[in-house]
Design a protein around this ligand. Structure first.
Ligand SMILES: C[S@@+](CC[C@H](N)C(=O)[O-])C[C@H]1O[C@@H](n2cnc3c(N)ncnc32)[C@H](O)[C@@H]1O
Length: 233
């Protein structure tokens, strides 16, 4: 990556946004925990671990991380994630057949070309291991909102008046996303030989109501504003 990592300078704002949107965070955390399942005795790799915010709510002693943003990676280390590479997944060299779980929590949305990084991640998994992709789908209401914000370069626009959440995701982070659809990721994984999929979702309500209360996690991927794809190697 030649340009500045997208999240440098936003570590505090990122964590603060989740802390202020506590019910949204709680829903996403439930999805994260459900998707990971029981991690006892398992070796995990968090690709784009950020500040390790989600990992700070689970046992992170067996979690390694990759993170290009220096500010974010330093906080993740303080929170107990073993950051093995301060750089991008594209630049990282990963051992083969090594992890039980490799996961991308929100980080695929900042990568243009997904096939090479998913290929690398599948190779790093043991047989029977799981690649878990958690994201805001491009086709969701959140995806549309971020793409509209990106196109307009503001949320402060007549089209969005009266329909925005109180505290929307910071515009620079929404604008720098390369938002992907769930079907796009499924197709890539199928091309890479994955046959066994499971899906969970949350944030079913429209964005302006999402932070009213924590939401349930349900099976499927066609309604949620935050979706987990679980792909078995
Ligand atoms: C939305 S944040 C998610 C952070 C963390 N996983 C979490 O859930 O709080 C996306 C993260 O992906 C990282 N990222 C962006 N591009 C990346 C790349 N090419 N390789 C690895 N990580 C990347 C960013 O620096 C950022 O920390």
């Amino acid at each position: 990556m030649n340009d500045k990592p997208k999240f440098d300078g936003y570590a505090a704002q990122y964590d603060e946004w989740f802390m202020k949107n506590e019910h949204l965070f709680s829903s996403e955390l439930s999805l994260f925990k459900k998707a990971l399942g029981d991690i006892t005795g398992k070796k995990l790799l968090s690709v784009g671990c950020g500040s390790g915010l989600f990992e700070s709510y689970i046992d992170s002693s067996n979690i390694e991380g990759i993170e290009p943003s220096v500010d974010m990676g330093e906080i993740a280390e303080k929170r107990g994630v073993n950051v093995i590479f301060h750089g991008t997944i594209e630049e990282a060299k990963l051992p083969e057949d090594s992890y039980d779980i490799v996961y991308f929590n929100g980080s695929s949305s900042y990568m243009e070309e997904l096939k090479p990084v998913y290929d690398k991640s599948l190779r790093a998994l043991k047989d029977g291991g799981r690649l878990i992709l958690l994201d805001v789908p491009k086709e969701s209401a959140f995806g549309f909102m971020y793409l509209l914000g990106k196109a307009l370069q503001t949320y402060d626009h007549e089209f969005l008046k009266g329909v925005m959440p109180n505290l929307p995701y910071p515009l620079p982070l929404a604008s720098s996303g390369a938002w992907h659809s769930t079907e796009e990721k499924i197709d890539i994984l199928k091309e890479l030989g994955v046959k066994d999929f499971r899906f969970y979702q949350t944030l079913i309500k429209n964005p302006m109501y999402t932070n009213e209360e924590p939401e349930e996690v349900t099976e499927g991927y066609k309604s949620g504003g935050y979706v987990a794809i679980i792909a078995e190697k």
